[in-house]
Write a new protein. Structure first.
Length: 296
């Protein structure tokens, strides 16, 4: 039956704290003794740089080169599912490449839009087309793994949903009674969250002290092996990123928005497929990574 009781601090939490502090309270005096011993031999110690340190220092400029690959700009996208862009019929929404080019070109001349880029602009135009919905959804799903533009991801989700719409619309899930079960998670009272943080720090200190079972030479050997494994893993992950798949239509151009609109109109359309998504990647600075990635 229900009964009322006062809140009290759990004895298990107090036991954990007491056991942890039986060691942690001795750390201060132990460290002082160790520092005293180190001070007496400080003049005899010889510490040098890592043998590869000068070589690494000469390559510190690579950080700037890496950061320069990321450009700041804006993305202008057209798709079949946008209002006043695609053509909506009973059989679905459509947008052919020529209409996509015309809409993008007209938008570049839209002086009423206050976010329209001004000055000299670098542009990478990218387009994906398909003759049927299923290949269109498959192609976009593949492309968004490499080029996760938010608008392209949204078009990919919508295209995939439409391919299964005929099956999904006949599925009627059973309604859930109220109230609903919440997903499994830790049940945290306020004092428990705090004690997990504070006593967790004590236990972390114990774990650190327990690691002293390995001497300094052993730790350095383990660190060297861990670093080598980590660097090997990073190299493998970078090499895996190079295995990009998918193909798009693209080209690069630069100039003011009026010039870009003219160049885009003159480029025409690659085909007459009824399903198209196209974007203009616009930036005030060059975009060498994207231009190379997209073959623009």
């Amino acid at each position: 039956m229900w009964h009322e009781s006062a809140l009290s601090w759990p004895s298990r939490a107090q036991t954990i704290q007491t056991q942890a502090e039986s060691v942690t309270e001795k750390i201060g005096s132990t460290m002082s003794e160790a520092l005293g011993r180190l001070s007496s031999i400080q003049s005899d110690a010889q510490f040098g740089r890592h043998p590869l340190s000068p070589d690494a220092e000469a390559l510190l400029g690579l950080r700037g080169e890496l950061e320069s690959l990321l450009s700041t700009g804006t993305v202008l996208t057209v798709s079949p599912y946008q209002f006043n862009v695609g053509t909506k019929l009973e059989s679905g929404s459509y947008l052919n490449p020529q209409t996509a080019v015309n809409v993008l070109s007209a938008k570049l001349r839209d002086f009423a839009d206050k976010y329209r880029p001004t000055g000299h602009v670098h542009c990478v135009a990218v387009m994906a087309t398909a003759s049927q919905l299923s290949p269109f959804a498959t192609k976009l799903t593949q492309l968004t793994q490499v080029l996760p533009l938010p608008d392209w991801c949204q078009v990919a989700r919508q295209a995939n949903a439409l391919t299964t719409n005929e099956v999904d619309k006949f599925h009627q899930p059973a309604s859930i009674k109220q109230p609903r079960f919440k997903p499994m998670a830790h049940i945290n009272a306020n004092p428990l969250r705090s004690v997990l943080a504070e006593q967790g720090a004590q236990i972390a200190t114990l774990e650190s002290l327990a690691d002293d079972a390995t001497d300094v030479i052993g730790k350095l050997q383990a660190l060297a092996a861990k670093r080598e494994t980590k660097l090997s893993g990073i190299k493998g992950q970078i090499d895996a990123l190079k295995n990009v798949q998918g193909s798009v239509y693209s080209f690069s151009m630069s100039g003011n928005t009026e010039s870009l609109a003219t160049q885009l109109s003159q480029a025409g359309a690659p085909n007459k497929h009824p399903l198209t998504v196209a974007s203009l990647l616009l930036s005030a600075e060059p975009m060498p990574f994207l231009e190379t990635l997209l073959g623009g």
